[in-house]
Structure formats: structure tokens, C-alpha cells
Design a protein around this ligand. Structure first.
Ligand SMILES: NC(=O)c1ccc[n+]([C@@H]2O[C@H](COP(=O)([O-])OP(=O)(O)OC[C@H]3O[C@@H](n4cnc5c(N)ncnc54)[C@H](O)[C@@H]3O)[C@@H](O)[C@H]2O)c1
Length: 261
């Protein structure tokens, strides 16, 4: 099995639509032991969602911006496992006034919140887990990106935060490579989740994906994205780091779709 005996931390499970939920499901089917994290008022929902995994797992509380909760998470994982082989960072948030076409009027605090929670937090998680990954002799970190090499309608400061997240991925790869830790991002096409629905006009992305992506795209099927996350967490990508792997039906490589011309 792809992830036999791997001990993995999966952040970002809210509902069973969450990309992280599907990554956890496939990771368990492939032999991994998983601990999930839940955040704030969503914690109870996370606890209910993990009951629907093949092996209902523990949920630890984690606000990635709260150093006490980060320390408590590490203490728990140290007692529980004493090592960790990999983690999924599936965390993003931008305040309402940082999204939806309000780009020119977004206050700096809101842009900063989007950056801290959606990009800087990958560094926070990586540094916190470093001793546990050192104890495992190395490992793999994966985050979730939405390609922002071009400007989108509505995505605004979340898009800027995603560009920063790609850059954070490369710097983490530089600094954690000598520890035997691979650091990558999966750039996913649009998927119907709570986070996606909170972005005004997100359905427009789904429509353009369907006509432009050469492999087409089903925004209700997170499996291809979840599978790539599991590959990058496994030993089957041993020399891949600092990479942004697109799982978007080929959309990013097309200037326009055949159906659009
Ligand atoms: N859905 C898409 O179309 C899509 C596409 C590309 C990338 N992504 C990215 O995938 C990741 C997961 O999102 P999703 O679409 O599965 O939606 P989701 O709403 O299911 O997950 C977002 C998660 O972020 C967590 N979170 C927010 N603030 C947090 C904090 N301060 N501390 C800890 N956790 C916090 C939430 O609890 C939630 O579990 C995000 O980074 C998102 O930007 C989503």
C-alpha cells in the first residue's frame, strides 16, 4: 500500500466535502494512520466528519495562528507517536472585504489576515512539526494551492496569498531539504467545498474549467486532487520538492479552450 505505516497529520477537515477529508480517506485506504485537526466553531463539525472516514480518527484543536494551540498539538503528537512522516496543510481564510472584487478597497489588516492564515501558516506548521519529522528521519509536507499566475475575478487578496504560498513552498523546500523533508503544493481546480462557496462568483470558475480544461473537470470530484496529495506524501515522489503540481484537468497549460474559440 502507498502509505503503509505512515503517520500523517491532516489539517483542514471541516465537512466530508473538504479536500482534506478525501485525502484522509485515501491515506487510510492506503495504510496510513491519521490524526486530524479542527478549528474554532468548526471543531464539532470536524469531529462529526471524521466519523465517516474508513477509520474514525482523533481530532486535535488547531488555530494555526494561536501559538499555544500549535504547542499543544506538537505535545500531543510527541506523546502519541513520537514521530511524524508527513502532513497536509489545507488551511485558508480571507475576510469578506478581501474577496469579491473589493481589491482596491481592502484594508491592510484584512490582506494581512489572508496572508497569515493562508500562506505564513505553512511555515508555522512546518517549523512546529520539524522535530517530529526529524525523529522520523525526514518526511513530506503538502499544501493546497489555487493557481494565481493570472488575476481572477473575485479571488483578490486570497489570490495574492496563494502566490505567497507558492513562494513559501519553495523556501521551505530550500530549508527543510537538508532534513530529508520534501515540501510541495498541489494546485487544484475548483472543487465545491465550504471555502469555495464563500468566494463570491466561484461558480464562474467551474464553468470556464469545463470548457477550457482538455481533460474536462468535475468540481464535485475531489478524488484526483486527494490522490496526488497521497502520492506526494508517499515514498513514490522521493526527489520532488519545491514543486507546484497542478491537478486541474490541464487547465493551467491552455490559453483558451477549444469550446471557447
Ligand atoms: N475548493 C477549491 O476549489 C480549492 C481549490 C484550490 C485550493 N483550495 C485550497 O484547499 C484548502 C482546503 O480548502 P477546501 O476547499 O477543502 O475547503 P474547507 O472549507 O473544507 O477547508 C478549509 C479549512 O481551513 C481551516 N481553517 C481556516 N482558518 C484556520 C485556522 N486559523 N487554523 C486552522 N485551520 C483553519 C478550516 O477549519 C477548514 O477546515 C484551502 O487552502 C483552499 O484554498 C481549494
Amino acid at each position: 500500500m502507498l502509505l503503509e505505516d505512515k503517520k500523517l497529520l491532516i489539517t483542514g477537515i471541516l465537512t466530508d466535502d473538504s479536500i482534506a477529508w478525501h485525502a484522509a480517506r485515501i491515506a487510510q485506504e492506503e495504510g496510513a494512520e491519521v490524526v486530524a485537526t479542527g478549528f474554532g466553531r468548526g471543531l464539532r463539525l470536524t469531529e462529526r466528519s471524521v466519523q465517516r472516514l474508513p477509520n474514525p480518527c482523533s481530532v486535535l484543536e488547531l488555530d494555526i495562528n494561536d501559538p499555544d494551540q500549535v504547542a499543544a498539538l506538537v505535545a500531543d503528537l510527541t506523546d502519541r507517536w513520537g514521530r511524524i512522516d508527513g502532513a497536509l496543510h489545507a488551511i485558508a481564510f480571507a475576510p469578506e472585504d478581501a474577496l469579491g472584487g473589493n481589491f482596491l478597497n481592502t484594508p491592510p489588516e484584512s490582506a494581512q489576515t489572508a496572508f497569515m492564515t493562508s500562506a505564513f501558516s505553512y511555515k508555522t506548521l512546518a517549523v512546529a512539526l520539524l522535530p517530529l519529522m526529524d525523529a522520523a528521519g525526514g518526511g513530506a509536507l503538502v499544501t493546497l494551492d489555487f493557481d494565481n499566475s493570472q488575476a481572477w475575478p473575485a479571488y483578490d487578496w486570497m489570490g495574492v496569498a496563494k502566490s505567497a504560498l507558492q513562494s513559501v513552498t519553495r523556501y521551505l523546500a530550500r530549508d527543510l531539504g537538508p532534513h530529508g523533508i520534501r515540501v510541495n503544493a498541489v494546485s487544484a481546480g475548483p472543487l465545491s467545498t465550504v471555502a469555495a462557496k464563500s468566494i463570491p462568483g466561484f461558480d464562474a470558475f467551474d464553468r470556464v474549467w469545463k470548457v477550457r480544461a482538455p481533460l474536462s473537470w468535475d468540481g464535485t470530484n475531489p478524488d484526483p486532487v486527494a490522490r496526488m496529495i497521497c502520492v506526494l506524501l508517499s515514498d513514490w515522489a522521493p526527489m520532488t520538492s519545491g514543486e507546484v503540481v497542478h491537478v486541474d484537468g490541464g487547465f493551467h497549460a491552455m490559453a483558451t479552450g477549444v469550446g471557447e474559440t
